[in-house]
Design a protein around this ligand. Sequence first.
Ligand SMILES: N[C@@H](CCC(=O)N[C@@H](CS)C(=O)NCC(=O)O)C(=O)O
Length: 341
Amino acid sequence: MTIRMLIAAGAALAATGTVVPALAGESLDAVRERGSLICGVNTGLSGFSAPDSEGVWAGLDVDVCKAVAAAILGDGEAVEFIPSTAQQRFTMLQSGEIDVLSRNTTWTLTRDTALGLNFAGVTFYDGQGFMVPAELGVTSALELDGATVCVQPGTTTELNLADYFRANEMEFDAVVIESFEEVNAAYFAGRCDVYTTDASGLASVRATTAPNPADHVILPEIISKEPLGPVVRHGDDEFLDIVKWVVFALIEAEEKGITQANLDEMLESTDPAVQRLLGVTEGMGEALGLSESWAYDAIAAVGNYGEIFDRNVGPETALGLERGVNDLWTRGGLMYAMPAR
Ligand SMILES: N[C@@H](CCC(=O)N[C@@H](CS)C(=O)NCC(=O)O)C(=O)O
C-alpha cells in the first residue's frame, strides 16, 4: 500500500466508519411518541418565560425549548410548557414530569452532580444584583448593612446573599417567599428594603412589575456568576447531546450569519461548515439520531442566538439588556459554539 492509499483509506474511515448510529434514549423516544416536548419554565419572568394574556408562552428560555422541539419533531410549536417555582423545578425534572428544564437555572457543581442532572450549555451568562427603592438614596451594596432583603427559596440567590453579607461583615434579615408574584408584591409594598436576584431578573421585574420603574435603582455590584442554561436528567446521554447541540447550533448560526430570514439562501452557501450545519452535507443529524434538517428546523423556528436575545431581552425590549458577555466570542463575548463536524 502506498502512503497515498493509506491516507485515502484513513479519510474514508473518518468520513463514514467512525459514525456510531445514535441509540434513541428514553427521553427522545418519549418525546417522539408523545409528539411534543414537555418543557419546565418559570411561572412568569418576562423576557425568559412568561405567558401572554392568551396563555401563549414567550421568552429566551421558551425559544430554547421551541428550538429543541423543532430539531426533534420538525415543529417548534410542539411544546407543552409547565411552570415551576425555583423550589419545585428540580423535582419536576428528576421525577420525569418534564423532559427538559429551561428556566433561568444556574449551572452549579451540586446541581450537575448530586441532584442527578446534566446542564446542556449556557444560554445566558448572568450574575446576581440588588435593587432598592431610589428614595433610600443607596448607591452601593456595601451600604446595605442591617437591610431586610426579599428573596426566593431554592435559589443560588439565597446562598450568594448569605455569602456576600458574611464576607463583608454585614447583617441582613431575609424575607423568603416561594411565589414569584408574592415576592414581587412584598418588595413593591415596602416589606423589604432590597430585592435580590439575577441581574436579568431585576431588569425584568423592574420593567414589567414595578408601578413606576424609575422609582427603583439596580446597584452596581454583581456578586456572583450565574450561568443559566437548559437542564436534563442524568443517564440519558442521547438527549443531553441533542439539547447541547441545539444550543450550539443556535450560536453557530449567529457565528455564520444564518438568520431565520436568510435560512433558505444559506442552503446555497459554499461554506462547508454551513453545509454541514444545515444538513446540505449529511451526517450531523444521523450522529444525533435526528433528521438532517434538525438545525435548519431549529433556526427556522426561533432564529439564531442573537435573534433570540434581541427579540426577548435585547436593547429594543422592555428589559433593554446589552449583549455584553452574551455576545459572540468574535466580538469579545463568551458565546462560542463547539464545531459541528
Ligand atoms: N438563577 C438562580 C435564580 C433563579 C430563579 O428562580 N429566579 C427567580 C427570580 S428572577 C425566578 O425566576 N422567579 C420566577 C418564578 O418563580 O417563576 C437559580 O438558578 O437558582
